[in-house]
Design a protein around this ligand. Structure first.
Ligand code: 5GP
Length: 190
């Protein structure tokens, strides 16, 4: 998606450890006009899939997922990072290693909100090593629902997440695919 690539070129900042900062428009301050174009594009890609629910993970996926849901007309569910190890058995639970914080989280969703008949679109801001998305897929698989695919804003294609997800049978559609981040601040797209 040209619009997102241009915005990354203009406002993205490259940080140590292959981190692309997009705080000014994507995951701290949010450009809702851009999100609407992204939502439309996700709908163009997945609109035929009869999506009944969008699943994302807190916190940076939530804004993108909510705007996308305006096109799909379905609820948004976000997986919560759980601090308590053991709570009642009314949740699906999995473990996710955080790319940005370098630690493992338990993430949960209530069993009330994911049902076997659901057709679930996963949405997130970034795809790096794939832990977040594989965790979301695991939650969907536990519920017996159908994961119809993953809609990603920015895939860092030089990291293994995309391959891991596609190898696991997921349809992955990324609006901007980064081939390389350079020390001089430039970004190559696939
Ligand atoms: P993964 O689980 O695929 O390794 O990483 C995905 C998660 O890490 C995303 O939800 C995102 O919040 C965060 N993340 C990974 N790489 C980047 C990056 O380059 N920039 C930012 N801002 N977040 C990232």
């Amino acid at each position: 998606m040209k619009l997102l690539e241009e915005r990354i070129r203009r406002d993205g900042i490259i940080r140590e450890g292959d981190v692309l900062k997009v705080d000014s428009f994507l995951n701290h301050q949010m450009d809702i006009d851009l999100f609407q174009e992204m939502g439309k594009e996700f709908y163009r890609l997945f609109g035929e899939e009869n999506v009944t629910k969008i699943l994302t993970i807190e916190s940076s996926g939530i804004g993108i997922a909510c705007v996308a849901a305006e096109y799909f007309h379905c609820p948004v569910l976000f997986a919560k990072k759980s601090k308590t190890k053991n709570i009642a058995g009314d949740v699906y639970r999995t473990k996710v290693m955080s790319f940005t914080h370098g630690r493992e989280y338990d993430v949960i969703v209530s069993r009330d909100f994911l049902k076997a008949e659901d057709r679930v679109l996963l949405i997130d801001d970034f795809l790096a090593n794939g832990a977040a998305l594989l965790g979301l897929k695991d939650l969907v698989d536990q519920s017996g629902a159908t994961p119809v695919g993953a809609g990603i804003a920015v895939e860092k294609a030089f990291q293994p997440g995309g391959k891991r997800l596609r190898d696991a049978g997921m349809r992955v559609e990324s609006l901007a695919k980064v081939a390389a981040l350079h020390d001089d601040g430039t970004v190559d797209f696939c």
